[in-house]
Design a protein around this ligand. Structure first.
Ligand SMILES: Nc1ncnc2c1ncn2[C@@H]1O[C@H](COP(=O)(O)OP(=O)(O)OP(=O)(O)O)[C@@H](O)[C@H]1O
Ligand SMILES: [Mg+2]
Length: 232
């Protein structure tokens, strides 16, 4: 199969690429055992899929072997966004016993970076994610990859990320700087903790840099990264 083109998606603009490097550094400082990282948010369109992809790219750039796992089986946008032709088998096929992991790992044009797509759209994604197959998947992937970045559906809408949080080493929450109130983000954090997950921090996305004195014309870019303690 042809390699999937992702290299062009690394941010070219200086401030965005610096913010991404800082994010990578902060995730690295979460500890060497934090290798399976979920990305979620309260609401839709916060930037989870964009950031998941770019975090995977940022780790691969340092020579780490990385898998981007698309666990948004209800509404995956990844194949479309990456202009992948044809139907891509993926996580839903593995979870429902129709495929092996090795059949689903797609090579990209970035050395060391692989993708597992979400597969066929399913309505019972939480049910599939609660299966023993998912519990076995993350340890198996960690044998092969240094990092597994898991893009998920918004936790304010579906329970999926809370279901899998216990199997991940940590979850980072993307907050759309233009959107939700802090109270809602806090609810997501509590839900993850209750489900046995570890919240690594908050990624502030879509900050309008034009609002910040001295910077004009950059449009929407990444903001900061805070540990969950800082955000308390
Ligand atoms: N930092 C950013 N700067 C500019 N555009 C962005 C940024 N982050 C996300 N976007 C844009 O916002 C839209 C939503 O982003 P994305 O699909 O990554 O969000 P999501 O949280 O994964 O959404 P969903 O909840 O539907 O899965 C996309 O068009 C994306 O290109
Ligand atoms: Mg998404």
């Amino acid at each position: 199969m042809e390699k999937i083109a992702v290299s062009h998606l690394y941010p070219k603009e200086f401030r965005a690429s610096e913010a991404l490097k800082t994010l990578r550094t902060n995730l690295t400082f979460s500890g060497s055992s934090v290798r399976a990282i979920g990305i979620t948010s309260f609401g839709a369109s916060a930037g989870k899929s964009t950031i998941s992809l770019q975090i995977a790219l940022a780790f691969a750039q340092t020579g780490k072997r990385v898998l981007l796992l698309d666990a948004d089986m209800r509404k995956s946008v990844l194949p479309n966004r990456l202009r992948v032709k044809g139907k891509m088998e993926g996580l839903s096929h593995y979870l429902s016993g129709q495929a092996n992991v090795s059949e689903l790992l797609c090579e990209t044009d970035v050395p060391n970076m692989y993708i597992m797509f979400a597969g066929t759209r399913v309505l019972n994604s939480a049910e599939l994610l609660s299966s023993e197959n998912f519990a076995k998947l993350i340890p198996a992937l960690k044998e092969v990859f240094d990092y597994v970045i898991v893009d998920t559906a918004p936790l304010g809408q579906v329970i999926d990320c809370a279901v899998i949080a216990q199997y991940l080493d940590g979850v980072a929450m993307v907050v759309d700087a233009t959107g939700n109130s802090y109270k809602l983000e806090r609810r997501v954090k509590n839900q993850l903790v209750k489900a046995g997950g570890k919240v690594l921090g908050v990624i502030l996305n879509q900050v309008d840099i034009k609002d910040q004195a001295g910077y004009y014309g950059y449009g929407r870019r990444y903001g900061g990264y805070y540990t969950s303690e800082e955000k308390e």
